[in-house]
Ligand binder design. Structure first.
Ligand code: SAH
Ligand code: SF4
Ligand code: F3S
Length: 480
């Protein structure tokens, strides 16, 4: 799906000095793109390929906002005049996929010398990746990281003015640059960053190293952006942060706000009909937050609550700050107060020192917590994290454990999904069904999908749908 109109495309009146600087670079870049356009005899095309999480997806919308503003046409194909890979490095296979794409795109560039290739995102924050690209992927024109993405217009100009590979990586930043252009993927829903970075340092995780220290956006800026989006037709928003439950730390005294309070404020924005958030760390999920969700119809009935492991020993080694028992008590509290909520999770198998008995504990939690869905991962060693230097579990142990966990996860999820059969739920229609164009796909408040007969004019609207048949992870239904 192609992007919608560029938001904040004009310089706002109270823009910061840095925002003004970047708008000046956008003007300069526009002239460069016009020149290229004359040479090509058409509008140049740009393709942004996104790996990883919702944070990266939102960052890609920021890149596209600038690309569109300076005169590029967005395309899906990597056979474009400018290709940007927004990378992830949370697991090794994410890295490998990027190298695979780089190999593929070098073939295209050989036939199209004016083509430009850029790399950004989490993987670029790692020195070893930069070294490998410098050595083996010389056709890359621009590399930047997660902390200076706001400088994209400036970096674009530098890239055009230079023959050499441009590399600009910052170690960290406390800067948050507001009011730059953004091109949303969907007209009717949008992610919103409420915080950046992470301070939790789970011992397996690379994110704190590549995304920097946790910093919260000012609540006034968040609400202003949401009001803007609401006016622009957005009905559903997702508040984004690595650990939204610790939102607000470090804000100036006059702007102090907890995540529960922020969520309440966001729900007050008229025209916003549904509010999601991602991700909740179990150690910081407060009773206050549970109350706000329970009392606000607008808050989606879905909590993503990563478990990672059900073994106390392993949780301790992971630096997660909760136990099997406290996690289960939390799930119980949530389900009692919000009975129709879906709880989904992330689980890692094969963490250093993990035994079969530890995985038994994880499986026990899955059965007791009755997760509506769980994303299961085999532990991937990330250089620079504490767990990377610990004794690793061989695949001959982790793989069978992964398989037996997956089986229980799937059984539980299937059982859970069917509990709404026969009910009528309000869904936000997102798309035409990929397999059958007589159907549309809607998303329930609890994040489950339902496919039902309908046409394209329903997209972006809410509909009441009867959930007739459960097919594992989705429903087939009909509109009431
Ligand atoms: N901030 C979120 C998760 C971000 S990463 C949280 O705290 O839950 C998304 C998921 O990737 C994590 O929940 C974890 O399950 C998984 N993950 C992170 N590092 C990993 C690693 N080294 N190997 C395997 N999975 C990992
Ligand atoms: Fe990684 Fe833990 Fe931070 Fe999540 S909370 S991003 S798993 S360090
Ligand atoms: Fe990946 Fe970075 Fe997100 S490492 S999971 S894209 S924060």
């Amino acid at each position: 799906m192609s992007s919608n109109e560029v938001l904040h495309s004009e310089l706002s009146q109270n823009a910061s000095e840095e925002t003004k600087r970047q708008f000046a670079f956008m003007e300069k870049a526009t002239a460069y793109v016009e020149e290229l356009s004359k040479e090509l005899g058409r509008k140049p095309t740009a393709c942004v390929v996104t790996f990883g999480c919702q944070m990266n997806a939102r960052d890609s919308e920021k890149l596209l906002g600038i690309l569109k503003k300076i005169g590029y046409e967005e395309v899906e194909s990597e056979d474009a005049d400018f290709v940007i890979y927004n990378t992830c490095t949370v697991r090794d296979n994410a890295d490998q996929r990027v190298y695979g794409r780089l190999g593929y795109v070098s073939g295209i560039k050989k036939k199209k010398p004016h083509m430009k290739i850029a790399l950004c995102g989490c993987m670029m924050q790692e020195q070893s990746a930069i070294e490998k690209i410098q050595k083996s992927y010389r056709h890359v024109d621009l590399i930047f990281g997660t902390h200076n993405i706001f400088k994209f217009a400036e970096l674009y100009c530098t890239m055009i003015e230079s023959e050499r590979m441009i590399i600009d990586i910052w170690k960290d930043t406390d800067q948050i640059v507001e009011d730059l252009p953004i091109a949303r993927k969907y007209s009717f829903k949008s992610g919103i960053n409420i915080m950046f970075g992470c301070n939790n340092f789970c011992t397996y995780c690379i994110v704190p190293y590549v995304r920097g220290r946790e910093r919260s956006r000012n609540p006034k800026d968040i609400i202003r952006e949401i009001e803007y989006l609401a006016e622009d037709g957005v009905k559903e928003i997702m508040l984004l942060g690595q650990n939204v439950n610790s939102y607000g730390k470090g804000l100036p005294e006059s702007d102090q706000m907890s995540f529960a309070q922020l969520l309440e404020e966001v729900c007050k924005v008229e025209k916003i009909e549904r509010v999601r958030f991602m991700t909740s760390h179990p150690k910081d999920l407060s009773d206050g937050l549970i109350e706000v969700i329970a009392n606000n119809e607008k808050v989606a009935r879905h909590i993503h609550l990563p478990l990672q492991s059900g073994s106390d020993e392993i949780l301790k080694k992971m630096n997660r700050h909760y136990t099997k028992e406290s996690f289960l008590a939390l799930v119980d509290k949530i389900r009692t107060r919000i009975p129709d909520v879906s709880i989904t999770t992330d689980i890692i198998v094969g963490f250093p020192y993990e035994t079969d008995a530890d995985v038994d504990d994880t499986i026990d939690v899955v059965k007791k917590a009755k997760f509506d869905n769980a994303f299961t991962f085999i532990y991937s060693k990330r250089t620079g994290t504490p767990a990377a230097s610990w004794e690793q579990v061989p695949e001959s142990v982790s793989k069978p454990n992964f398989d037996r966990l997956l089986k229980v996860v799937q059984e539980t999820a299937k059982e859970q999904a069917s509990r709404f059969t026969g009910q009528t739920h309000r869904v936000l229609v997102e798309d035409i069904n990929e397999q059958d164009s007589s159907l549309v796909t809607g998303r329930m408040s609890n994040n489950t999908l339902v496919h039902f007969p309908g046409s394209a004019d329903l997209i972006g609207n809410f509909a009441d749908v009867s959930l007739d048949e459960c097919h594992g992870f989705y429903y087939i239904g009909h509109m009431i």
